[in-house]
Design a protein around this ligand. Structure first.
Ligand code: AMP
Length: 179
């Protein structure tokens, strides 16, 4: 009985500490106790929040169809780490990798494809080609035995750059369901 009461007290104390330290209740910081919030957990919350904020901000100007950072990468105005390139697509390493291999595959000509939701029948060929290019990238990167291909669409899909792109992720065990 005494042991159970002690355990209950401990749980209550831990919950109250966690609540007081919850980032939802403390919007100005994420400095949580190591004991109750390991660094990985904190980083996960911070990075999810950043991605969602970036996606919302990007969505505000998304459908203007204006140039994006990827146009500059295609034009080689800013550097990128190219993995594969041909006349239709460019594949380069993501600047903020979420896996040991994280490559973005983009069409060189956007043709209205700010996102997958803008796909029309005449895009079928390039859409298929992007998937084929993702497979080439996976082979070149040595992850052909298992990888993930992702398209984030719209603010709820956490899209932050409005030039259609495939994420090719691998080099580690992928988890399911995705976040
Ligand atoms: P999404 O959030 O699905 O729109 O993906 C956009 C991706 O572009 C993110 O994973 C970013 O890390 C990546 N990204 C943004 N700028 C660059 C850049 N200059 N070079 C490489 N990747 C970038």
């Amino acid at each position: 009985m005494a042991a159970m009461a002690a355990a209950a007290k401990l749980t209550a104390a831990a919950s109250s500490l966690l609540l007081r330290r919850s980032p939802l209740l403390r919007p100005h910081g994420l400095r949580l106790s190591r004991r109750f919030a390991p660094q990985r957990f904190v980083r996960h919350i911070a990075s999810s929040t950043n991605e969602e904020a970036a996606a919302k901000a990007a969505a505000a100007t998304a459908d203007t169809g204006g140039p994006t950072i990827f146009d500059k990468i295609i034009a080689k105005e800013i550097p990128s780490n190219v993995v594969y390139e041909d006349e239709k697509v460019l594949a380069f390493r993501d600047i903020n990798p979420q896996a040991p291999v994280h490559v973005l595959v983009i069409p060189k000509i956007r043709d209205g494809l700010t996102g997958l939701d803008k796909a029309e029948p005449w895009h079928v060929e390039i859409l298929g080609y992007l998937l084929y290019a993702a497979k080439i990238v996976a082979e070149k990167e040595g992850i052909a035995e298992g990888y993930r291909v992702v398209i984030n669409n719209g603010p709820k899909g956490c899209q932050s750059v409005y030039h259609l792109h495939l994420h090719v992720l691998g080099g580690r065990q992928m988890k399911w369901p995705a976040g």
